[in-house]
Design a protein around this ligand. Sequence first.
Ligand SMILES: Cc1cc2nc3c(=O)[nH]c(=O)nc-3n(C[C@H](O)[C@H](O)[C@H](O)COP(=O)(O)O)c2cc1C
Length: 179
Amino acid sequence: MAGALVVYESVVGDARRVAMAVAHGLCSRLEVDVACAREAPMLLPADVRLLVVGGPAHAFGMPRPATREGAVRDHAAVIPDVPFGLHEWLGAVRLPRGTQAAAFDTRTDLPVLLTTLDHAARTEETLLRRLGATLAAPAEHFLIADVAGPLVDGEEDRARRWGQALAELVAPHRIPVRG
Ligand SMILES: Cc1cc2nc3c(=O)[nH]c(=O)nc-3n(C[C@H](O)[C@H](O)[C@H](O)COP(=O)(O)O)c2cc1C
């Protein structure tokens, strides 16, 4: 069975919850691993057909050391490795040829004028393309009620359905169960 890997960064836990829900959806057709960026492999196994990455929007972009420091200082966040997260992992990882990918972010429910400025998932997509991945689907955004969460009602379920739709795109034929 082909594989999928979901790599996330999460400060308060919401992007992690989305990553787990996406993985739940993906496992209908793919063998799935989930890892935070700090623990994700630097060389993807050859059987990984789909890579899904996601994390929170910080200062209208992906978290960087300065915004992680801000989260620790202003929101009492506990971040084990401030210098290293999803952006840094995407700058260092190597992907097998032909890897398909998709990106998500979590963000607060701000007015549309402001959310159009948010480029966290857009930057993830740029980094994925730079690594040679093909985007399997457009990025998805999941809403949280406030800076410290929780996810807005129904978002976890939407993440699971998004994962299922991604799995159907990259593995259109269900593997028959042998009996
Ligand atoms: C330093 C910092 C900057 C943030 N900047 C933004 C932002 O620009 N846009 C936004 O929608 N949310 C912003 N947020 C809220 C985060 O997106 C929210 O905390 C995150 O999505 C929750 O995911 P997590 O629990 O996985 O960290 C910010 C939060 C922090 C701590």
